[in-house]
Design a protein around this ligand. Structure first.
Ligand SMILES: Nc1ncnc2c1ncn2[C@@H]1O[C@H](COP(=O)(O)OP(=O)(O)O)[C@@H](O)[C@H]1O
Ligand SMILES: [Mg+2]
Length: 284
């Protein structure tokens, strides 16, 4: 049965989606894992990193996205088609063949409010946060890892991601504004785990967009490592690099080295994946 890992941070722009996409591609090609990506962010960044925008437009028109799960719950319909929604063998990297994707939709923005209302109406039930888990359950046996890219908040869509997760990672830029609020995420998730009656394991903090020549970055990392309130900081960092920024664009790449860059980026992303697999094998 798949181990499920959510990627979360309350800040946008800290590399959550980049890390989630990289983990999936490296888990698949470098470590031979079968991976399902679930995009829960209305910004659809993970989706459009993995499939073309035209492909997404077509799927969205047909309601073949994660939003339909929540739309069904709100409207009392059952339109979600799991098999048709999961896109097989995604990733613009030709050699990556083991990554599937449940795409997201801009419609998640308004659904966020409507699912909140369901939660209020059904206060004593965890059902409104178990919609995603129930919808995806039939395909779980086919994967080694399910990676969920959550929106930058702790709203009901994110809670649906956490409710099916075994553990979570927090990507962060090591600066003051990006790391602000990390202890709150941790506390909130621990409390939510209690509501669910199980533990949600912290796999660690992933340092992203690291600038080794920045005094602020170096000091922040040192402080995070010492802070007893912060999840374990993973030993490998992803440095800031123009090629990683460019890799967000969907166009064909022959290999992971071509996509991510071979001036340290490939090795960093591979090492981060290895760190997370080690944590997941130990804790989940
Ligand atoms: N290591 C990196 N070096 C340079 N740019 C990066 C790096 N990681 C992410 N980016 C870029 O920063 C922006 C935000 O990253 P993204 O992964 O979308 O963050 P989030 O999902 O947290 O909003 C994107 O344009 C992305 O391409
Ligand atoms: Mg994102």
């Amino acid at each position: 049965m798949a181990k499920t890992i959510a990627t979360i941070n309350l800040k946008g722009g800290v590399g959550k989606t980049t890390i989630t996409a990289g983990l999936a591609e490296f888990m698949s090609l470098e470590f031979g894992q079968r991976v399902l990506l679930i995009d829960l962010d209305a910004q659809i960044n993970l989706t459009t990193m993995m499939i073309s925008e035209d492909h997404w437009l077509e799927l969205n028109k047909q309601g073949l996205t994660s939003a339909t799960i929540f739309r069904d719950a709100v409207d009392g319909t059952s339109n979600f088609d799991l098999e048709a929604s999961i896109q097989r063998g995604v990733s613009p990297v030709k050699r990556v063949t083991g990554v599937d994707l449940l795409p997201s939709s801009l419609d998640l923005i308004e659904l966020q409010e409507e699912i909140s209302a369901l939660r209020v109406a059904d206060r004593n039930s965890t059902k409104p946060v178990e919609l995603l888990r129930d919808a995806v359950a039939p395909v779980m046996p086919y994967y080694d890892y399910v990676l969920i890219d959550c929106p930058p908040n702790l709203g009901p869509i994110t809670l649906n991601g956490l409710a099916m997760a075994d553990g979570y990672v927090i990507p962060t830029i090591p600066d003051v504004l990006s790391t602000y609020g990390i202890p709150q995420i941790q506390t909130h998730i621990a409390k939510f785990g209690k509501e669910l009656g199980r533990e949600l394991f912290e796999l660690g903090l992933v340092i992203t967009k690291y600038k080794s020549n920045s005094a602020v970055h170096r000091t922040t990392v040192r402080n995070l490592r010492r802070d007893p309130n912060v999840p374990h900081v993973l030993p490998e960092y992803l440095a800031e690099s123009n090629q990683i920024a460019a890799s967000a664009e969907f166009h064909p790449y022959s290999t992971l080295k071509v996509k991510y860059g071979n001036a340290g980026q490939f090795d960093q992303m591979r090492a981060i994946t290895q760190n997370i697999l080690t944590e997941a094998q130990a804790k989940l």
